[in-house]
Design a protein around this ligand. Structure first.
Ligand SMILES: [Zn+2]
Length: 366
């Protein structure tokens, strides 16, 4: 049978049981899920203005801010942030390897996690980048595996979900790290890391690689929850879900606010700078700021207003994707269809999944 004769229907995606409602320590949520990533002392807290499902913060960031760290260690993250949804703490492994000024060990991070009390806590991992030589990649993979073992064995993981992180750009590396992690414990929520270095520079080759990594991990771990770290921008978030991630995160709302950009979920430009485009955006936007002002000047001149709009846009995109989980591919296509590079990536995912369906079909026939 030729690929084109296979009809990939929207229903193909709905069999995935992981999209059913879930509960984590009494907090109800559904996949696909977006974590609004924030720096620990950012002045705007969007969850005070509208409902946010989940937040991601970073251990390196907390440790770099002694005043905040002291408060969080004393009261816990939930109280410090004033947030009762799901809180994930990323270790910030990449930052720790880059800046050696903050000494850290896997056991120290475990002790901090136990004080901070997030819902999900991430292993102290050592991410890779595309230009690293093979022997260095292997070294980092092994460090990540060893740290994971130490943290899993020393921590008390009854009230915190421990998240190991998978790294690798090649199938053999992905298989290697997954097989080692699977020997350490029965994990039901895995992270996929080292995707952020593939976003810069933004080109088709790198984005395809990021998508391929997600699809490969999904194939290797079909029944686990997967978090794709750091690629939850307005264009990439839907594609990450389509490729098989259950959740992702992004600081795009903070970065675009700093760059005087307005996030849009209604145009394929995604990040607006042009006054007329922004004017059109605020007319239909449902965020608390646009509903009150309907004025592009407010967004451009008031940084906090802009941050709230941008946080709302990215959060709302995730909510819309979730509400269209029964026709996810066609909904996503509508969202990205005017952006050439995104359409190429979309087709890449759909064709890959078709091929996969065919090989399963042939196997089951044998
Ligand atoms: Zn708005």
């Amino acid at each position: 049978m030729k690929v084109d004769e296979m009809n990939i229907t929207d229903e193909y995606y709905t069999w995935l049981f992981r999209y059913n409602p879930k509960e984590l320590y009494g907090k109800k949520f559904s996949f696909p899920l977006f974590f609004l990533a924030t720096t620990i002392n950012y002045s705007v807290r969007p969850w005070k203005y509208f409902s946010v499902d989940a937040i991601l913060v970073n251990a390196y960031d907390i440790l770099s801010n002694p005043r905040e760290k002291a408060m969080i260690s004393k009261h816990g993250l939930r109280k410090y942030l004033g947030f009762d949804g799901i809180i994930l703490v990323d270790s910030g492994g990449y930052m720790f390897t880059k800046h050696k000024d903050i000494p850290v060990t896997p056991t120290r991070i475990v002790n901090l996690y136990e004080k901070w009390k997030p819902d999900i806590a991430v292993t102290l991992d050592h991410p890779i980048t595309p230009e690293l030589p093979e022997n260095e990649v292997k070294k980092r993979l092994i460090t990540t595996i060893n740290n994971t073992k130490i943290m899993y064995e020393t921590g008390n993981w009854k009230k915190i979900t421990f998240m190991p992180v998978i790294h690798g750009y090649k199938e053999s590396d992905l298989k290697f790290i997954i097989s080692k992690l699977e020997k350490i414990g029965a994990f039901d929520y895995y992270g996929i890391g080292s995707l952020v270095p593939l976003l810069r520079p933004l080109n088709e080759k790198n984005l395809k690689l990021a998508i391929r990594v997600i699809m490969k991990v999904r194939e290797l771990l079909p029944d686990r929850n997967l978090h794709a770290f750091g690629i939850g921008g307005v264009g990439m978030m839907p594609l990450a879900f389509l490729a098989g991630a259950d959740s992702t995160d992004s600081t795009v709302w903070i970065m675009s606010t700093a760059m005087k950009e307005i996030l849009s979920i209604n145009t394929s430009t995604f990040r607006l700078k042009n006054k007329e485009e922004i004017e059109r955006e605020v007319k239909t936007c449902g965020c608390p700021i646009c509903r009150e002002y309907r004025n592009s000047r407010k967004l451009m001149e008031d940084r906090n207003a802009r941050a709230i709009h941008n946080a709302w846009a990215i959060t709302n995109l995730a909510k819309r994707l979730r509400s269209h989980k029964d026709n996810l591919p066609s909904f996503i296509y509508e969202h990205i269809k005017d952006n050439k590079m995104m359409v190429k990536l979309y087709n890449y995912i759909i064709n890959y999944k078709k091929q996969n369906l065919i090989s399963q079909y042939i196997k089951s026939d044998e």
